[in-house]
Write a protein that binds this ligand. Sequence first.
Ligand code: RAM
Length: 918
Amino acid sequence: MKMRLINIIWLLACLILASCSQKAEVVVARPQVEMLTNPMGIDVTTPRFSWVVQCSANEVRQTGYHILVASSLENLNNDIGDLWDTGVVPSDVSTYIPYEGEPLQSRQQVFWKVRLQTNRGPSSWCEPNTWSMGLLKDTDWRAQWIGHSVFPIDKLKGHTVVNARYMRKEFNLSGKDVKRATMYICGLGLYEAFVNGKRIGDQQLAPGPTNYNKLLMYNTFDVTDMLAAGANAIGVVLGNGRLVSMRMPGEPSSKDVEHFDMPKLLLQMEVEYADGKMQTICSDNSWKMTIDGPIQANNEFDGEVYDARKEMPGWSEAHFRDDMWMRVEIVDKSTGKLSAQLNRQIKVMDRLKPVSINQIHDNVYVLDMGQNMVGWLQMKVQGQPQDQITLRFAELLNDDGTLYVDNLRFSEPKDVVTLKDDQPMTWHPSFVYHGFRYVEVTGLRQKPSLDDFEGQVLYDEMETVGSFESSDDMLNKIYANAYWGIRGNYRGMPTDCPQRDERMGWFGDRTTGCYGESYVFNNHLLYAKWLDDIELEQTPEGSLPDVAPAFWDIRSDNMTWPGVFLTAANMLYQRFGDVEPLLKHYPAMKKWLAYMKDRYGVEGIITKDTYGDWCMPPERPELIHSQDPSRITAAGVMSTAFYYDFCRLMAQFAALQGLDSDEAFYQAEADATQKAFNDKYFHAEEGCYDNNTVTANILPLRFGMVDETQRQRVFENILRTTINDFDSHISTGVVGIQQLMRGLTDYGRGDLALQIATNTTYPSWGYMVENGATTIWELWNGNTADPAMNSGNHVMLLGDLIIWLYDYLAGIAPEEPGFKVVKMKPFPVKGLSFVNASYDSVYGIIKSSWKVEDGSFNWDITIPSNTSAKVYVPCGEEGLTASEKHRIQNMGTRYVGQEGNYAIFSFSSGSYHISVPY
Ligand code: RAM
C-alpha cells in the first residue's frame, strides 16, 4: 500500500515536472538579419542579428546566446561556425548583435543559427537561416547600363508619355548542374523581370524611389530554380517610376517634377556550377529591345495605357523571334551610388472586392470599393477585338453619381486597356498606382459583376504590429481610417498623399506621426531608408529640404518640417531599439541645427517658418487656411519651441555617444533658448504665450519650457480656448495637434481629449467619419473647402492621436528603448469602459486589455520574455490597501512606490491578471 502511494506520488511529480518543462520550453522566434524577412544580396559588411525569445512561462530572461555562422549549410548542420562562432556569450541582448566574424565577401551565401540560455533553461538551436551578400565593390559589376536615348514617340513635355521598354537576352547555360544562380538587378525607374517566361518575385513598383543622381538601389534574387538546361532567356520591362518626370515644363500643370533620365537597366546574373565554374550574363550591347510592347504609357499621376494587341507571347522565353527588335544602347551610368535595397519591397498586401456597381450611363459603370484604398484595380474582362476599356479613379462621387475629380488637381488617373480578341482577360497595371474609392468603368459590352474586380492594396511589405479596440465605436472607426491612411501612404518613402499630382515624401506630415505609425506597422526599415534619403538632400551649408527624395526641390528652411530628421531617428531608437540611424545621421543633424541657428537665429529666437500651424481649422468652411490673426500661431513661437526641443534631443543623442562637450553645448543652447522664448512670448498677466492659441501654449508646455509655477495657468488657457472658443473641439493644425491629446491627458483632462477624439461635429476626426471618410482628410473641413488642396487621404492631421491610443489609453510605451523595459501606464478615461490593445515589439507581443466594471479595474497584461515592465496600477491617491498590494506582489512582482493615482510595480515577463477596486 505504502509502495503504491509512493508510486502515485512519483507519477504525479513526473507529470507535473513534465508539464512544467513543456510549458517552459524556450524557443528562438523570428531570427532575423538586418530585420529583413528575406535577406538577399545585402551589402552591409557587419549585418546585425536579432531574435525573439519565446516561452509560455512567466519570468523568462535570456542569460546568454551562442551564434554560429557558417559558409555552408553542411558546416552549420555539423555545428561548425567556420565564419563566426561566438561561443556562449553571457548576455541578455537579443537585438542588433553585429557580426564580428571572418570578413564577408561579395556574393557569399552565409548560414546561421542561434541557441539561447535562459533562467528557464536552454533553447535548442533554431532552424538554419541564410542570407547572401550583395556586390560589395564597384568592380564586382561587369554589367553595363543599357537603354535608349529619347525616341521621337516619347513625349517629354508637360504630362510625359513614355512607352515601356522591353528588353531581352537569350543565352545558353555553359555547364551542367547549376548550384546557384543569382540575379542582381537595378531597372529604372521601375522594372518587372522574367526568366524563361516566369516573373521573378512578387515585388511591385521596384526598386524603391531614390534621388537617382545620388543613390540607386539594386535587388537580388535567387533564380536557380528558374533556369533550364540549354537555351534560356531573360526579359525585363522598364517603366518610368520617378526616373522619368511625371510633369515637365511645357503645358499647364502643377509644379514640375525632377526629370532624371530615360528608363535603363543594369543586370548581372551569375550562375555557379557544381564544378565551381561560373558563368555571368550581363546587360550589354548584345541585348535587344522594343518599345512596341503592350504598355504604351505609364505615368504615376496619369495611369497606364495597355494595348493587348501588342502583346508578344513568349518574348521573355528562349527561341522568340526578335529580328524586328533593335539593339539597346549603352547609356551613361548615373552619378548615384549603387547600393542594395535594404528596405522591404512594395507588394500586394491586401485585396478588396467592390461593394457595389452602379450604372450611370450606357456602358458606364461606377464601382464602389467601400474603402478609400491605394493600389490598383485588377479586372476580368471579355469583349471584342479593339474594344477599349477605360478605368478612371476618384476618392469621391458627385451628387449625380459621377466621379468627383476636382481635388486631384492636374493628376488624371486613368488606365486604358485595348482588347486583342474575344477571350477573357485578367489585367492590372504594372507601373502605376492610384488612390481611390470609386472606379468608373467604360467600354464594356455588358454589365460587369462584382467578381470581375479586385482592388489590390499596395504598400511596403511590413507586418501590422498593433491592434487597438475600445468601447467607443467612433474611436475604433477613426483608428480603422488611420490604419488605411497610413498604409496607403507607404511607397518606399512615406508620402503625403497617394492620389493627386504630388505624392511626395513631405517631412512635416510625419514629425510626430511616425511614432504613432510605428505602433501600427513595422515601419523600421522604411524610416531608416527615408533618413538616408533625407541626408542625401542636405546642402553643403547644412540646409535640409521639405521633401525627400527631392523629386521637388523645395527648401523653405523651417524647424517644423525638416525636424523629422531628428524625430524619426529618435523614433527608430525608442520604438525599435535601433540606435544606428541616430548615430549615422548625428553629424548631419548637427550641421542642420547650426545652419538654422546661424541663418535664422535672432536674439535666441528662430525666426523662420513658412507653413505655420498648417491646416488649422479655418473660420469659414470654404477656406483652406485661416485668415484670422487670432487663430494663427506666430512663426517664431513654433520654430523656437521646436528648436528648443531639438536641442534637448541632441543633448540626449550626444550623451548616448559620450560626446560630453556636445551634450553641454546643446543643454546650454536649450537653456538660452528657453529664456529668450519666455522673455519674448510669455505674458505673465494672462499666463499664456503670444496670442494665446492652443498651439502657442501647448508646445512650450509639452516641451517643458514653461516655468513650473506657471504650468497650470498655461494649461488653463488651453482649456479655456478649447472649451469656450472652440466648443471642446480641435483648434490646431498639423503642428499643435502633435501634442494636443497627450498634453490634455498629462494635465488630468483625458476626458476632454476623449471628447475631442470622438466629436462628430466640425472640426474633428469624427466629423470626417460622419461625412463618409474611410481615411483621414488633409483638411478638417475637407468636405467644404476649396478642392485645390483637399486630399481625402493624408495622415498629417493624426498628430499624436495614435500615440495617445497606445501609449496613454492602453498603456503600452517604451520605458527603455525598444521596449526592453515596458512602461504600462493606462489612462482609464471617463467615457471608456474597456480598451484592448496589443503591440508586437522587437521582443515579442505586449498586450494590455482593461475593463472597468462593477467597481473594479480588471487588467490583463502580457510582457514579452526577456523584458520587464514598470506597471502603473490605477488607484486613488491614497494608494492600494496592504492586502491589494500583497495580491499583486504575490504574482512575483515588486512594489516600487506610489505616483499620483498609480501604484507602481516592477513585473517580469509573462501574462498576468490584475484586479483592483476602481
Ligand atoms: C502639401 C502637402 C503636404 C504638406 C505641405 C506643406 O501640399 O500635401 O502634406 O506637408 O503641403
